[in-house]
Ligand binder design. Structure first.
Ligand SMILES: [Zn+2]
Ligand SMILES: [Zn+2]
Length: 219
C-alpha cells in the first residue's frame, strides 16, 4: 500500500485515477451519459474537505470505476446497487468491419509470390538496382514487391515493385528498378523480403494487380 492524498491505496492506484479521468461517459440503460464527478453528487461526501474516501479522487475528478461513491447519472443512486441496467456498460462498440478474406485467386497469388526467388545483383549505369528473379511458382505475377531499406532501416524503409510479368513459371529473368537512388547511396541499399500480404495489407501489394496482356510474339 502507498499513501496518496491522505488515504491508503494500492500501488499503481494514482495511475488508475489518471486513466479514470479519460473515461468521460458511462451507459446506464444502454444510454451514453456523462459520469458524475466527485463533488457533484446530490448528497455531500465531503468533497470540499477531502479526497473520496473510497477511490482517492479529489473534487471535480471522475471516480475510479467501481468506486462506491460514484453516482448513477440516470437515477442519482449509487451505481453500485442502483436499479438501472448496466449490462452494456464497458462493452466495446463493434470494431470496424473486418477486411474481407482473400478470394481463392488471391490465395494463389499469396502462395505464388513465396515461390519467387530474387537476388539483388548490382546496379545499372543509370543507377537502377538490378535483380535476378526466378519464378518458381506455376503462374505469372504482374509485380513482385521487395522491401528496400537504407543501412538496417536506419535511413529509410520502403518497398519497390519489380515488374516480373514477363517471367514465365519455371524461368528466370533480370529486372531493374530504381531503389530510392535520390535518397540512398548504392552502398546503403539493402533489399529484403517483405512479409506476406494479409487481407488488411493487400492494397499495398501490386502482386494483386491485373496482369498486362501478353504481347503477341514478334514475328
Ligand atoms: Zn470515489
Ligand atoms: Zn441508476
Amino acid at each position: 500500500m502507498v499513501e496518496f492524498r491522505g488515504i491508503e491505496v494500492v500501488e499503481g492506484w494514482p495511475e488508475r485515477i489518471q486513466e479514470a479521468q479519460l473515461l468521460l461517459t458511462c451507459h446506464p440503460n444502454g444510454k451514453e451519459m456523462g459520469r458524475v464527478r466527485y463533488g457533484a453528487e446530490e448528497d455531500d461526501w465531503g468533497a470540499n474537505d477531502r479526497a473520496c474516501h473510497d477511490c482517492g479522487v479529489i473534487k471535480g475528478e471522475l471516480h475510479v470505476p467501481g468506486c462506491d461513491v460514484e453516482r448513477c447519472p440516470s437515477c442519482g443512486g449509487q451505481i453500485f446497487g442502483c436499479d438501472c441496467d448496466w449490462s452494456t456498460d464497458g462493452v466495446e462498440p463493434p470494431a470496424a468491419k473486418p477486411s474481407k478474406p482473400f478470394t481463392d485467386k488471391q490465395l494463389k497469388i499469396v502462395a505464388a509470390r513465396k515461390k519467387f526467388v530474387w537476388r539483388h545483383t548490382g546496379f545499372a549505369s543509370n543507377g537502377d538496382a538490378i535483380f535476378e528473379v526466378h519464378n518458381g511458382s506455376d503462374m505469372r505475377l504482374p509485380y513482385l514487391s521487395v522491401g528496400v531499406q537504407g543501412r538496417g532501416g536506419t535511413k529509410l524503409i520502403g518497398a519497390v515493385w519489380l515488374n516480373v510479368a514477363g517471367i514465365e513459371p519455371g524461368s528466370s529473368g533480370r529486372v531493374q528498378h530504381d531503389c530510392y537512388s535520390d535518397q540512398l547511396r548504392q552502398d546503403e541499399v539493402e533489399c529484403f523480403s517483405t512479409a506476406d500480404p494479409t487481407p488488411e495489407t493487400r492494397d499495398r501489394f501490386w502482386e494483386f494487380n491485373r496482369l498486362p496482356k501478353k504481347r503477341a510474339p514478334d514475328v
